[in-house]
Design a protein around this ligand. Structure first.
Ligand SMILES: [Ca+2]
Ligand SMILES: [Ca+2]
Length: 412
C-alpha cells in the first residue's frame, strides 16, 4: 500500500514532464549541454531521485488516497481501505455523493468500527498544508470521528473532526500543517464510528491532497479536546479523560450539545478533578480560547483552568463558575501559550471543591487555537475577559496528581 502510493506519486510528474516536453527520454530535460552518454545513463538511473527534487510543485493537488469515492467494493471488501473489526461491518450503499456507491459503516461489538488508509506524503512538503476531507451522513451528532494521524518520533500526532449529525450529508474537513519530523510514509487517514446504540454512517468522497499554501493557516476550526461533548463513555469515564475523586454519570436530559452531558459528584470531602492533556501547534505567540459549559448552583465551587508546563513549572489560566443559576453558564478562558511551554503537555482541567451540594453538570468542553493575525475572525463572538487570577496556592489540583492509578478505575 505505502509503496504503491509512493510509486504513483513519483511516476505522475515523470509522465507529465515527458508529455510536456514532447521527447521520448524524460531524462533529457535534466541534461546539461556537455553531457556524454555515460552521464545520460547515470541521469536515467537517478531519474526518480532527480524528479523528486526538481518537480515538487507537482506533488500538490495530487490525490493521495486510493478509492476515495468507495466505488471499488465487493463482498464487504472495499479496495484500498482497512475496516475493523472485519468482516461484515461495512456494506455498499446506492445513496452516493459521488460516483455510484457510498460506503456504509455499521456499529460492531467493539467500541468503534474503524475505516483507515495509510498514505504517503512527499518529504519536501513538511510544514505545508494537508487538506483532507470526507463526506459523512449519520443521524446522531459526534458518532463519527474523522482524523489524520502523523507519526513523529514514534508518537502519534492526531487532528480530528466530529460529525454534527442530522439528515443531510456533511463534509468533515481537516486542514493541517504537516508537523516537523513526521514520518512521510505513515500518515493515517481514519474514520471511526462509535458503536454504542443503533449506529451507522454513510461515507463518500474521501480525499487527501497537499496544498501549496505557505501562509499561516487558521487553526480556529481545529478542536483540541477529544470527546469534549462526553458522548462516548467506556465504563464510567469518557474516552480520553481522567478523573480523581469523582463519580461521573452520563446525563441524557438537557445536554448543551449532542445527546449527553456529564454529571460530576464528589466521592470524598476533598477536591475532585477531571482532566485531559492535549497538544497545540508549536507556533510562537499562539492564542487559545478554552470553553466549558456548566450548571452548578454553588457559586465558586467549580474551577476551570488551563495549565501549561514551562520547564517543569505549571502556569495556569483559571476561572470559576459565578452565575449559580439553573441555566447553562459558559466559562471562557482566553490565554496565550507561554514562551517555552511544552506544546504537547497542555492540560484542560475541571476542579470541584469540597462542600458543593447541588447537581453539577458539564458539557461541550472545547479548546481552539488561533494563530497571530487570525484572532479577529468574524465568526467569533466577543467574550468577556476571564476574572483576574487568584494566587496559585488556592489551586485545587496538585495533590490529585499523586493519587494511585486505581482511583481512576473505581467504578461508580
Ligand atoms: Ca462514491
Ligand atoms: Ca454532550
Amino acid at each position: 500500500m505505502n509503496g504503491f502510493s509512493l510509486i504513483r506519486l513519483v511516476t505522475l510528474p515523470v509522465l507529465l514532464l515527458t508529455f510536456a516536453t514532447g521527447c521520448g527520454n524524460p531524462a533529457d530535460i535534466f541534461k546539461q549541454p556537455d553531457s556524454g552518454p555515460a552521464e545520460q545513463q547515470q541521469q536515467l538511473s537517478d531519474q526518480v531521485h532527480v524528479e523528486s527534487i526538481t518537480s515538487t510543485a507537482l506533488f500538490h493537488d495530487v490525490e493521495l488516497l486510493e478509492n476515495g469515492s468507495f466505488e471499488g467494493q465487493r463482498s464487504n471488501i472495499v479496495t484500498g481501505w482497512r475496516v475493523s473489526p472485519f468482516p461484515s461491518y461495512n456494506k455498499s450503499s446506492q445513496e452516493a455523493q459521488s460516483g455510484k456507491l457510498a460506503l456504509e459503516l455499521i456499529g460492531s461489538d467493539s467500541p468503534y468500527t474503524t475505516l483507515k488508509q495509510t498514505i504517503s506524503i512527499h518529504p519536501s512538503v513538511f510544514g505545508r498544508v494537508l487538506d483532507a476531507k470526507v463526506d459523512v451522513k449519520s443521524a446522531e451528532a459526534r458518532k463519527v470521528v474523522f482524523s489524520i494521524t502523523f507519526k513523529v518520533d514514534g508518537k502519534d500526532k492526531r487532528v480530528w473532526r466530529e460529525n454534527s449529525g442530522g439528515e443531510d450529508w456533511e463534509t468533515l474537513n481537516i486542514k493541517t500543517k504537516v508537523p516537523p519530523g513526521a514520518d512521510p510514509k505513515n500518515v493515517v487517514f481514519e474514520v471511526k464510528l462509535w458503536s454504542a446504540g443503533n449506529s451507522s454512517a454513510l461515507l463518500d468522497t474521501a480525499s487527501a491532497v497537499m496544498k501549496q499554501e505557505e501562509a499561516p493557516i487558521a487553526f480556529a476550526a481545529t478542536e483540541r479536546i477529544w470527546n469534549g461533548s462526553f458522548e462516548r463513555v467506556t465504563g464510567t469515564v469518557p474516552e480520553e479523560w481522567t478523573k480523581y475523586f469523582l463519580n461521573l454519570t452520563q446525563e441524557p436530559v438537557g445536554a448543551y450539545d449532542g445527546n449527553f452531558a456529564l454529571g460530576l459528584a464528589l466521592i470524598a470531602e476533598r477536591t475532585g478533578t477531571f482532566k485531559q492533556t492535549f497538544s497545540v501547534p508549536p507556533e510562537p505567540g499562539l492564542k487559545l480560547r478554552a470553553k466549558l459549559n456548566v450548571k452548578c448552583s454553588d457559586v465558586g465551587k467549580l474551577a476551570f483552568f488551563i495549565a501549561f508546563d514551562v520547564d517543569g513549572q505549571r502556569t495556569l489560566s483559571r476561572i470559576v463558575n459565578n452565575s449559580g443559576g439553573e441555566d447553562w453558564e459558559t466559562l471562557t478562558i482566553d490565554t496565550q501559550v507561554p514562551q517555552d511551554a511544552d506544546p504537547e503537555q497542555v492540560v484542560y482541567n475541571v476542579g470541584l471543591r469540597p462542600g458543593v451540594e447541588g447537581e453539577v453538570i458539564i458539557d461541550a468542553a472545547s479548546v481552539v487555537a488561533l494563530e497571530p493575525g487570525f484572532e479577529q475572525e468574524p465568526e467569533q463572538e466577543s467574550e468577556p475577559e476571564p476574572e483576574p487570577e487568584t494566587p496559585p496556592e488556592t489551586q485545587p489540583e496538585p495533590e490529585a496528581e499523586t493519587q494511585p492509578e486505581s482511583e481512576q478505575e473505581t467504578p461508580a
